[in-house]
Design a protein around this ligand. Sequence first.
Ligand code: OKP
Ligand code: ZN
Length: 343
Amino acid sequence: MKTIYSPRHHGHAGNVELVAGAVVPAFEMPSRAEYIRSRVEAVKLGPILAPNEHDIAIAKRVHRADFIDFLPTVWPLWVESGRDGTAMPYTWPTRGLRGDVRPQGIDAQLGYYSFDAGATFVAGTWDAIKSSHDVAITAAGLVKAGERAAFALCRPPGHHAGAAFAGGYCFINNAASAAQWFVDQGAKRVAILDVDYHHGNGTQEIFYRRGDVLVVNLHGDPMVEYPFFLGHADERGEGPGEGFNVNYPMPWGTTWETWSAALEEGCRRVADYAPDVLVVSLGVDTFEKDPISKFRLKTEDYPKIGRRIAQLGLPTLIVMEGGYAVEEIGVNAVGVLTGFEEG
Ligand code: OKP
Ligand code: ZN
């Protein structure tokens, strides 16, 4: 399997986030992608290739154009207003406030275009966002050209980003944009299987009213887990999308036994849908030692995930999302990929 990777992710570095009322270094850090890259090399998974540049207009097929146009302006506006450090929002248009008017100034607009304080900007963030999207679309091109599978080593991740908002370390929804790219290239049906620990709220929102993209999510129950405000089992899609969104929320402490049963059901839903292509949002924050998550999958479980997904027999684009046990992220993520190649 080929891996698409760009060193431009390195510019998105040194960010901070809020945890339990304190400012700490962001868990989503550059070493994540580097541990994965070195593991891809160590197991000789296949060539590691640079992405091609792709027009950002591709992302505007799933995101609102004004949101995408805002992203490269954040850091320049932040600096222009006399700040340094990490750019992040602190106020949001929740219930009872006006979410339909875009106010002026960087603080107001950061809030207008996000749902939490977790998608933060430094000087190199826009370049990393753009490169991450290029990685996803380039890898999608390999699958379209006939490869059985390709690995998009995206950083930053994307599945929390909605049509017009960033959040949860995510800015552009790489998996959603790639899925739409397949549709635009002629795919009649695309399935997205999101196995990250956190619900892919952005992906769900983007395709909620569509029947041509099936979205299946396995994740921590939003009653107790981030992103809290989406991801329940009764969210099944709307209008033409009715029945084409499937959520498997699971409790804290979930182990392979329960998780793999949900994977089995999710894979059957994908198989019944008979898509032309599968996009996997791959997070390995389901790992027992993940510092921000509460499932208990073990390193030995990850190849089994890959094998089960491979059994679907579909052209498959695997897009990197989360995973914060940095030292083990390479072994776990690449475990899925080697398992896929055996499957
Ligand atoms: C991104 B992905 C407070 C905790 C917020 C946000 C988690 C985002 C996960 N700082 N955590 O789904 O792995
Ligand atoms: Zn996650």
